[in-house]
Design a binder for this molecule. Structure first.
Ligand code: ATP
Ligand code: MG
Length: 436
């Protein structure tokens, strides 16, 4: 049943305190209503406000068309090709203004398909249509800051109160229309600690294969939201729980049988979550390095054993193969594959601790990431003869102690020297390490 009521009438959960709404979002809504348009804050921000959380950004929905919105705000521009939305900028904050839209259009995807996804061109809609084109009931609550009015035609407030993720309309239809909604459901489960409504959960399990039709570039964006937003570890477990992970990272999924991949990925995401909580920088290169490490190890071993490649050749080739294959599922932009390879190849240089090597390595711009990665491999259960501990101490040690430490990795050094040398490259290749 359609529900309209005053925000202040219905207990804590239904109360929205305007102090928690960005002053800029309020300005946008007010300017639009002063000019005779309808305008509301809507979506994730209202959901977060009702949960007592501070929203990270604000979306405004209006019946004004994009050009009309742009004409009202000097600091605004229209973005997007197929569906145009307006970004109104206030310093570093952007308020996103979207014109009411009819259901069955797909704001992101330019590609056509025959699996039931929406192909219709974008058309503007009225208020009610805008409600029902949204993904989940909890994301379809509208709020007018000036009047305090909350409009909840999809019964979202109830679902927020009960912490339930429920599609608007038929789950199967909505996921076929846009399979990314399955990833969004899983992301909201992880982010908000909500549960997915049981029938919807079953539907996700049976339609998981539709993930394959999503363009890799859009999937990469979703991976960033899942893994790089501070709740990556929970998102990874949720992807496993709903049997979706394998549609995104088939090789990584398979590697969990024979290698401690689940432990490594979890450790990498835990560390990313911690760093985000502490305000430290994070990079997808590190997370993708962990996701694909054991497929890389496996492929490298195969190339060495079956194709008789040297370690160096096999490493380079394995990195190429594994990354090329993953790009069929989620793209990985070039700016991340370079650092990712560095993290991998440095793993083979970390065991070499004689002469100038450790000091040269310390200067490498990716040393810290490679060292962190080494520690994670040990956490995951790789037996590396306390290599991580050695490096932990070495970084802090005095010059004198460093010399001693290099000496004490001496016996290995003599043994290595007596062996016939393999050709070396800048990435090094002499690591002795085990995968489990
Ligand atoms: P977050 O807190 O992560 O930003 P959000 O719900 O605000 O979550 P956005 O991606 O910012 O998510 O989208 C804003 C709103 O647009 C959503 O709340 C939802 O109403 C609608 N929306 C976004 N993506 C889709 C989609 N794929 N299908 C239908 N509606 C969508
Ligand atoms: Mg949002």
């Amino acid at each position: 049943m359609p529900t309209r009521w005053s925000a202040r009438m219905n207990g804590t959960l239904d109360t929205i305190d305007n102090h928690h709404i960005s002053i800029n979002a309020i300005k946008v809504v007010n300017r639009l209503t002063e000019h005779g348009y309808q305008a509301y804050v809507v979506g994730g921000c209202v959901r977060d406000l009702l949960l007592g959380k501070t929203p990270k950004d604000f979306d405004v929905a209006t019946d004004a068309h994009p050009e009309e919105v742009r004409d009202l705000f000097r600091n605004s521009r229209i973005i997007g090709k197929r569906f145009r939305i307006v970004h109104v900028r206030f310093g570093r904050e952007i308020v996103e203004v979207t014109t009411f839209r009819a259901p069955h259009d797909d704001q992101y995807d330019e590609n056509h398909s025959d699996s039931g996804r929406t192909l219709v061109d974008n058309v503007f809609g009225n208020f009610e249509e805008d409600v029902f084109r949204r993904d989940f009931t909890m994301n379809a609550v509208y709020h007018q800051p000036e009047t305090g009015e909350i409009i909840d035609l999809a019964n979202g407030v109830d679902d927020i109160r009960q912490r339930i993720i429920r599609p608007i309309g038929d789950a199967e239809d909505r996921f076929r229309e846009d399979p990314v909604r399955m990833l969004r459901a899983i992301r909201f489960q992880a982010k908000l600690d909500f549960s997915i409504e049981p029938h919807t959960e079953k539907t996700i399990r049976s339609l998981g294969y539709l993930i394959q039709v999503i363009p890799p570039a859009r999937l990469f964006e979703e991976m960033l939201k899942l893994f790089m937003s501070g709740y990556g570890s929970a998102a990874f477990s949720a992807l496993l729980e709903h049997e979706i992970f394998g549609w995104l990272f088939p090789d990584a999924n398979r590697s969990m049988k024979d290698y401690p991949a689940q432990g490594l990925i979890t450790a990498a995401l835990d560390s990313t979550d911690r760093r985000i909580a502490e305000g430290k920088p994070v990079t997808p290169a590190f997370v993708f390095a962990a996701l694909l490490w054991y497929p890389f190890v496996e492929e490298r071993d195969r190339l060495q054993n079956e194709e008789n490649m040297t370690q160096v050749q096999a490493s380079q080739e394995a990195a190429n193969n594994v990354l090329a294959k993953q790009q069929l599922f989620t793209s990985i932009p070039r700016r991340f594959t370079g650092p990712l390879r560095d993290i991998w190849f440095l793993q083979f240089r970390l065991p070499m601790r004689f002469g100038q090597k450790p000091d040269i390595l310390l200067e490498h711009k990716r040393f810290r990431a490679a060292y962190d990665f080494l520690i994670l491999r040990e956490t995951a259960g790789e037996e590396l003869e306390q290599l991580g501990e050695w490096w932990t101490e070495y970084q802090e040690a005095s010059a004198e102690r460093r010399n001693e430490m290099k000496q004490s990795s001496g016996p290995k050094r003599r043994k290595r020297r007596n062996r016939k040398r393999r050709p070396r490259t800048e990435t090094g290749d002499q690591a002795s390490w085990q995968s489990t």
